[in-house]
Write a protein that binds this ligand. Structure first.
Ligand code: F6P
Length: 342
C-alpha cells in the first residue's frame, strides 16, 4: 500500500512526531509513506514526495512540519475536488492520513462522505477546539509557552505596579487563555465563550488594588469581542476566517483598562511564538499515539474515522462527529478560572 500523509491549517508542535509515528508503523508493515506537500494544496496540484526512514528520523523534537502546510480548501477552488481525486489516483495512493483541525478535517470528512475517499484523521490544533477528543496535540505546548510568558510578566508587572495584558491565540475558543491563565495565576481572563465586560474586569482589578496588590495580569483570548472594538480586516481565507491578530484586542483591552482605572497598562501579544518550536513531552507522546492509531485505522480500512483521546485511551471516532461543532470551554473550567479573579 502507498499511504499519503498531509498536514493542513496552522502548523503546531507535534506534527512531525505524528508523521514519524505513522511512517514507522506503515513501513514496519511493508507499506510506503508519501508526503502530500502543503496540505490539501498538495492534492489539488499533485505535489508529493516519498518519505523514507531517513526523512522520518530525528523528528520527535522538531517543530513545524517537514511536509509544509497551507489553508487550501479544495471545495473553494474550480474543479478542486476532481483534482484531489485525480492526483490521489495519479500518485497511486491507497489511503491518506490527514493531520489537521476543524478546516482540514472538515474537508476530509466531506470527501469521505461524498466521494468515499479513503482518509483517516489526526486531531491537531493549539486551539484545542475539536470535538470528540479530550485534547488535540499542540495545545499543551502552546499552554506551556503562554504560562511561561505569564510567569515572566508577573515580575515586571510587580516592579512597575502595572496591569499587564497578555493576548493569546484561540480563534473561536478560550482554551489557551483559560488553561494558561489558571496555571499562571491570571487575575482576569477574557474569552469569547464566557465574556465578562471590561467594566467587570476593571472592578476585579480595583478590588485587587484595595487588597494591597498593585499589579495585575489579564489574559485575553484573541477571539474575545470588545464592545465597540475594531473588527480588523474583512479579508477572509478559503475557510472564511479573518486574521484575528489584526483586530489588536489585547492592545484595546489594555487601553480601556488604563483609561477606566488609571492604572498604567501594557500589552504583550504572544502570537505565533505559541505555535513554534519544540513540542512538550506530553505533546510528543500524544502525537506519537495518534500517529500509530491513524496507521492502524488505515491498516484496518476504517476510513472516515479520526484518532481521539478519551480519558487516557486512544480510540477512534467519526470524522463527522469531530468536525460537526467546536468544543468550547465548559462552565466547569470557567468556574475554576473565575475563582481567582480579582
Ligand atoms: O488555528 C490555529 C491558529 O493559531 C489560531 O489560534 C489563530 O487565530 C490562527 O491559527 C492564526 O493563523 P495564521 O497562522 O494564518 O496567522
Amino acid at each position: 500500500m502507498r499511504v499519503g500523509v498531509l498536514t493542513g491549517g496552522g502548523d503546531c508542535p507535534g506534527l512531525n512526531a505524528v508523521i514519524r509515528a505513522v511512517g514507522r508503523r506503515v513501513m514496519f508493515r511493508g507499506h510506503e509513506l508519501v508526503g502530500v506537500m502543503e496540505g490539501w494544496k498538495g492534492l489539488v496540484e499533485g505535489l508529493t514526495e516519498p518519505l523514507g526512514p531517513r526523512e522520518i528520523s530525528g523528528l520527535l523534537p522538531r517543530g513545524g512540519t517537514i511536509i509544509g502546510t497551507t489553508r487550501t480548501n479544495p471545495y473553494k477552488l474550480d474543479d478542486g475536488v476532481r483534482r484531489v481525486l485525480d492526483n490521489f489516483a495519479a500518485a497511486d495512493l491507497q489511503a491518506l492520513v490527514a493531520i489537521g483541525g476543524e478546516d482540514t478535517l472538515g474537508v476530509a470528512a466531506r470527501l469521505h462522505e461524498e466521494e468515499d475517499f479513503p482518509v483517516v484523521g489526526v486531531p491537531k490544533t493549539i486551539d484545542n477546539d475539536l470535538s470528540a477528543t479530550d485534547y488535540t496535540f499542540g495545545f499543551d505546548t502552546a499552554v506551556s509557552v503562554a504560562t511561561e510568558a505569564i510567569d515572566r510578566l508577573h515580575s515586571t508587572a510587580e516592579s512597575h505596579n502595572r496591569v499587564m495584558v497578555v493576548e493569546v491565540m484561540g480563534r473561536h475558543t478560550g482554551w489557551i487563555a483559560v488553561v494558561s491563565g489558571i496555571a499562571g495565576g491570571a487575575d482576569v481572563i477574557l474569552i469569547p465563550e464566557h465574556p465578562i465586560s471590561i467594566d467587570e474586569a476593571c472592578d476585579d482589578i480595583r478590588r485587587r488594588h484595595e487588597r494591597g496588590k498593585d499589579f495585575s495580569i489579564v489574559v485575553v483570548s484573541e477571539g474575545y469581542e470588545l464592545e465597540g472594538g475594531d473588527s480588523g480586516s474583512t479579508e477572509v481565507d478559503q475557510f472564511g476566517h479573518i486574521r484575528l491578530s489584526e483586530r489588536g484586542v489585547g492592545a484595546a483591552v489594555a487601553r480601556e483598562i488604563e483609561q477606566r482605572t488609571g492604572f498604567e497598562s501594557r500589552v504583550t501579544v504572544l502570537g505565533h511564538v505559541q505555535r513554534g518550536g519544540t513540542p512538550t513531552a506530553r505533546d510528543r507522546v500524544l502525537a506519537t499515539r495518534y500517529g500509530l492509531k491513524a496507521a492502524d485505522l488505515v491498516e484496518d480500512g476504517k476510513f472516515g474515522r479520526m484518532a481521539a483521546l478519551r480519558g487516557d485511551e486512544i480510540v477512534d471516532v467519526a470524522l463527522k462527529e469531530a468536525t460537526a461543532e467546536l468544543k468550547t470551554v465548559p462552565g466547569e473550567w470557567w468556574d475554576v478560572a473565575r475563582a481567582f479573579f480579582g
